[in-house]
Design a protein around this ligand. Structure first.
Ligand code: ZN
Length: 222
């Protein structure tokens, strides 16, 4: 079992490309372990560039997590793309596939990750050259990316958490997902109704985040 196998190839930001410096900052603040701080736009930096760098990182993270699960998520084990008994997703990208397709979870996630990858590789949408600005539809497009990436987390939590535990990846999964949620919350990227399949878990993360902040500000006052 290779826990470092990415499902789709990792998306890299090379030195000299737009976002490289910000990505270093993002890594550093994330390393501090304070997720409230880690999602904040660093002072003086461009918001779209920050959104772009983080979108790429979240894609890479979920790529690795799902990459470790491919042997468990098969058309036989997961004939539909679901997030618990109440939520089922049909695939349509609104561009090439307009009529929603009922496909297995693994096919759905393959379509989804390939679609995200093609957005990230679209030079017009995610410019790599310094000085080139982001298009007007940038934020509306990344909202769709985040909405779709959430579904991969929802499927993993509902169907493959046992497998995650057997791989010893639960702490990593929770940390990545919590970071993802805090980021979505901070920049209002996904409608609450889309988050419903994991509402309870998200509520716990938010409450613990709030308690931590209150504790820390109380310490500062003292
Ligand atoms: Zn599955």
């Amino acid at each position: 079992m290779d826990k470092n196998k990415s499902f789709r190839p990792k998306k890299r930001i090379e030195k000299g490309q737009k976002g490289y410096g910000l990505r270093q900052i993002a890594k550093m603040t994330l390393g501090s372990g304070n997720l409230d701080l880690a999602v904040e736009l660093p002072v003086g930096e461009d918001l779209n560039e920050w959104l772009a760098v983080n979108t790429i990182e979240f894609y890479n993270e979920i790529n690795l997590i799902y990459g470790a699960l491919t042997e468990f998520c098969t058309p036989e084990s997961c004939p539909i793309m679901s997030a618990g008994p109440k939520y089922e997703y049909l695939w349509a990208d609104g561009q090439n596939v307009r009529t929603p397709l009922k496909v297995s979870a693994s096919e759905y996630i393959d379509f989804l990750m390939t679609w995200v990858e093609s957005q990230l590789n679209n030079e017009h949408l995610f410019p790599t050259q310094i000085g080139v600005s982001f298009p007007k539809n940038f934020v509306s497009t990344i909202k769709v990316i985040f909405k779709r990436l959430f579904r991969v987390y929802a499927h993993i939590y509902h169907t493959h958490f046992q497998h995650i535990m057997s791989l010893g990846m639960e702490y990593h999964l929770n940390t990545c997902f919590k970071h993802f949620i805090f980021f979505i919350d901070r920049f209002k990227l996904v409608d609450q109704k889309e988050l419903a399949p994991l509402a309870e878990l998200i509520q716990q993360f938010r409450e613990r985040g709030r308690e931590r902040m209150e504790r820390e500000s109380a310490q500062k006052v003292r």
